[in-house]
Ligand binder design. Structure first.
Ligand code: CP
Length: 306
């Protein structure tokens, strides 16, 4: 069993399946049984970057397993604001808790924390790099909603350059024999070439387009993303692309009957509110699945088997 959860790149398919199976078992358990699983254990939520879903679903997950939570939601509320280093902060918090959940704007910071700490470290998002707990809940949602992952046609829309949720999910889907991807992005936000590489040339098809209509008609999963203002070194470039794609209910009239529209959230305006009332909208149930999957992650990394 790995001590840490840092990147989807680290995980074999069977390891990913173990998280999915654990989440299924957790979901099947009555709440009054779940709350007996982690009494006396403490999770440290160390969020150096804003979050609603990841932080609060981890906190909810831990409380509902009978554990408790310490932590911070902004670095300004910690001694980092006085000049304390990241590693000193890790070594301090590790003596107050049993597991560290870390979000940080710096790519590679979760791995650094994992190397420094004897405790399990869970990456809750490191810059534009990886967001593995989001990916696990995305996979769980896809399998729950569509009955399988293998062989689906998946489209990603929006910021494919900086989106850590996209980077994590594409690598995971490739391990699940998803071979057909449609990538919809403005020229300046295309998926970095690196993510399209595979040891098996020709096995995966990446169809790049700037037309969202193509993705709506052909795909089983339409994964929308926010254009992330905070990732742009030059805000003039952000202004040029910020409203590139706005999905509306009317646009979905050409979709396959079973299409699921997913989004890691938060949205800004890339999904119109009228989509929420369609049968295609899967993003709020997706966010709800975050608690289940994060319970599975906490249990696995704290050594509890079901
Ligand atoms: N999906 C996600 O990471 O959302 P938050 O930024 O609100 O945690």
């Amino acid at each position: 069993m790995r001590k840490d959860l840092i990147s989807m790149e680290d995980l074999e398919k069977n390891e990913i399946q173990e998280y999915l199976t654990m989440a299924e078992k957790v979901e099947a358990m009555p709440l009054e049984e779940r709350v007996k699983l982690l009494p006396g254990r403490i999770m440290a939520a160390m969020f150096f970057e804003p979050s609603t879903r990841t932080r609060l679903s981890f906190e909810s997950a831990m409380h509902r397993l009978g554990g408790s939570v310490i932590g911070f939601a902004a670095k300004d509320a910690t001694s980092v604001a006085k000049g304390e280093s990241f590693t000193d902060t890790i070594h301090t918090v590790e003596s107050y808790s049993d597991i560290l959940v870390i979000r940080h704007p710096g790519e590679g910071t979760a791995r650094l924390a994992a190397q420094e700490s004897y405790l399990p470290v869970i990456n809750a998002g490191d810059g534009a790099n990886q967001h593995p707990t989001q990916t696990l809940l995305d996979l769980y949602t896809i399998r729950k909603d569509l009955g399988k992952i293998e062989g689906l046609k998946v489209a990603f829309v929006g910021d494919l350059k900086y989106s850590r949720t996209v980077h994590s999910l594409i690598r995971a889907l490739m391990k699940f024999n998803v071979t057909d991807f449609t990538l919809v992005a403005p020229e300046t936000l295309r998926l970095p070439e690196y993510f399209m590489h595979s040891d098996e040339p020709g096995r995966f098809r990446f169809h790049e387009t700037e037309r969202i209509e193509v993705a709506i008609q052909e795909c089983d999963v339409l994964y929308m993303t926010r254009i992330q203002r905070e990732r742009f070194p030059d805000l003039v470039e952000y202004e040029k692309v910020k409203d590139s794609y706005v999905l509306t209910a009317e646009m979905l009239s050409e979709a396959k009957d079973h299409l699921r529209v997913l989004h890691p959230l938060p949205r800004v305006n890339e999904i119109a509110y009228d989509v929420d009332n369609t049968k295609f909208a899967g993003y709020f149930p997706q966010a709800r699945n975050g608690v289940i999957m994060r319970q599975a992650i906490l249990l696995k990394h704290l050594g509890v088997t079901l």
